[in-house]
Design a protein. Structure first.
Length: 205
């Protein structure tokens, strides 16, 4: 993890020299991280498409075994296994963020700033946003990201899509605004990627 922290510190230095603004530097650094993790994100996108394509068959199984949920679950698991689908793949974008988030947490807390730390309405990105705008954006963009990257047919993922944004929003109230800026823009880039990724064509009757 220390090597990742060092690289991110160097990235902050480089982009600050380029832009003269730490908030903008964080956004550029976030974009670079997003580009690096694109291959893994594309793998998750393929999994999501497979899940969407299997939804009619899953619905059939659930309707067929309404009185026997255990059998419905067993047949659903068999269907996923047969098609090499991981139902937890929708959570992958958030899991991919965690090592970078932890590293960036260390960077923000220990970084030696050599210039002004103001960004937009935030007077100091080293402390929490006093207006709570960034925590709200963090919760909102996390919710949107999970809506785009989770299967609509899975109750567990629906619950996760509701709980995770609330957890992130509450945590962001206490985080340095710079860290929340990273989280928000990482979500934004993920959402944009999902919007620009071609969706599977609907199957004919």
């Amino acid at each position: 993890m220390s090597w990742l922290i060092d690289i991110m510190k160097q990235g902050m230095d480089f982009f600050f020299q380029l832009t003269g603004n730490y908030g903008v530097s964080i956004i550029f650094l976030t974009l670079i991280i997003k580009v690096i993790t694109l291959p893994l994100t594309f793998s998750q996108t393929k999994q999501m498409k497979k899940m969407q394509e299997l939804q009619p068959q899953i619905k059939e199984i659930q309707d067929k075994h309404k009185s026997n949920p255990e059998k419905a679950n067993k047949e659903t698991l068999a269907l996923w296994k047969e098609n090499k689908v991981n139902p937890a793949s929708g959570c992958l974008p958030l899991l991919l963020q965690l090592p970078f988030f932890i590293a960036f947490f260390n960077v923000i807390n220990n970084y030696v700033y050599t210039g002004a730390t103001q960004f937009l309405w935030i007077q100091d990105i080293t402390i929490p946003d006093p207006y709570y705008i960034m925590p709200i954006l963090a919760a909102g963009t996390t919710y949107l990201q999970m809506k785009f990257t989770t299967s609509s047919g899975e109750a567990s993922q629906k619950n996760m899509a509701l709980m995770m944004p609330m957890v992130i929003g509450v945590m962001s109230i206490r985080f340095a605004a710079g860290l929340t800026i990273y989280w928000v823009f990482n979500n934004v880039f993920t959402i944009l990627q999902q919007l620009l990724t071609p969706k599977p064509a609907p199957k004919g009757d």
